[in-house]
Design a protein around this ligand. Structure first.
Ligand SMILES: NC(=O)c1ccc[n+]([C@@H]2O[C@H](COP(=O)([O-])OP(=O)(O)OC[C@H]3O[C@@H](n4cnc5c(N)ncnc54)[C@H](O)[C@@H]3O)[C@@H](O)[C@H]2O)c1
Length: 250
């Protein structure tokens, strides 16, 4: 308990899936939370649950692809808590289609949330982290930001961009005592993969070369996010934390 006591953490896409699990674990470990999502009902519910069990969280409706929303969230979060120490750029969307069937709109939609959203997050969190005297930015990429797979070109391009954007930001912001790292989950059981994990044949195909032959639970990624959010990772920046059941090993 208390591994990130009193650190103010902003998590995007926190209403459901992994973002929700990150929120619960960081709250358990003493964080004060700014939770954001386009899904207001589930976002408010998770903030209420955390406040009801002795934690501290506020929910702000936020489309991660919107520059205006980012400015509003950082301003409101800083006004409420006085600073922001940790940003988890978790919100993400998935389009599963071969390249020739991917429309320009679908391509732009995926990039707008997964890549532009992360860019805005990094850009607008800087003043809040300067007030805090430094910080940790955790960008959720994917194994699909490292390796290729069929029918996921828009998603893979976006997650590959997040991987390198992380390293650019790590280099630029080191002088402000801001660490920037990416996390690369393998196959995780959330709404994003629910349909794919519904039958054994698709599950087997999705698990690809994973050595551990099962999908992970969201919390198995949250432990990694907690480590990067805490001072335990103080010498880590520009790194890729791969949590994939060995998928990218073979
Ligand atoms: N599930 C997996 O197997 C897997 C694997 C690797 C990486 N990831 C990545 O992990 C992150 C979380 O994925 P998940 O599986 O929990 O997904 P999910 O679909 O279960 O949850 C995503 C959350 O993001 C929110 N969201 C969607 N668009 C948004 C926007 N424009 N602005 C703000 N919030 C928005 C949704 O409302 C939802 O609450 C994503 O970045 C995803 O790409 C997922």
């Amino acid at each position: 308990m208390g591994r990130i006591q009193n650190k103010v953490c902003l998590i995007t896409g926190a209403a459901l899936g992994m973002g929700r699990e990150h929120a619960l674990l960081l709250a358990e470990e003493g964080a004060r939370l700014i939770l954001t999502d386009i899904n207001t009902a589930d976002g408010e519910a998770i903030a209420k649950q955390i406040n009801g069990s002795g934690g501290e969280a506020i929910f702000i409706k936020h489309d991660a692809s919107s520059e205006e929303d980012w400015q509003h969230v950082v301003e409101k979060g800083t006004r409420h808590f006085g600073k922001i120490d940790v940003l988890v750029n978790n919100a993400g969307v998935f389009v599963l289609k071969p390249i020739q069937e991917t429309s320009t709109e679908e391509w732009d939609f995926v990039q707008s949330v997964n890549t532009r959203g992360v860019f805005f997050g990094i850009k607008y969190i800087l003043p809040a982290m300067q007030i805090a005297g430094g910080g940790s930015i955790i960008n959720i990429s994917s194994i699909y930001g490292i390796i290729g797979a069929p029918n996921a070109s828009a998603y893979q391009a976006s997650k590959g961009a997040v991987r390198l954007l992380t390293k650019s930001a790590a280099v630029e912001y080191a002088e402000f005592n801001i660490r920037v790292n990416s996390v690369h989950p393998g196959v995780i059981a959330t709404n994003m993969t629910k349909d794919l994990l519904a039958d054994d044949a698709t599950t087997e195909a999705l698990l690809g070369s994973a050595i551990i032959r099962r999908a992970a639970q969201p919390k198995e990624i949250s432990w990694g996010v907690l480590f990067l959010a805490s001072d335990e990772s103080s010498y880590m920046t520009g790194s890729e934390l791969v949590i994939d059941g060995g998928y990218t090993t073979t």
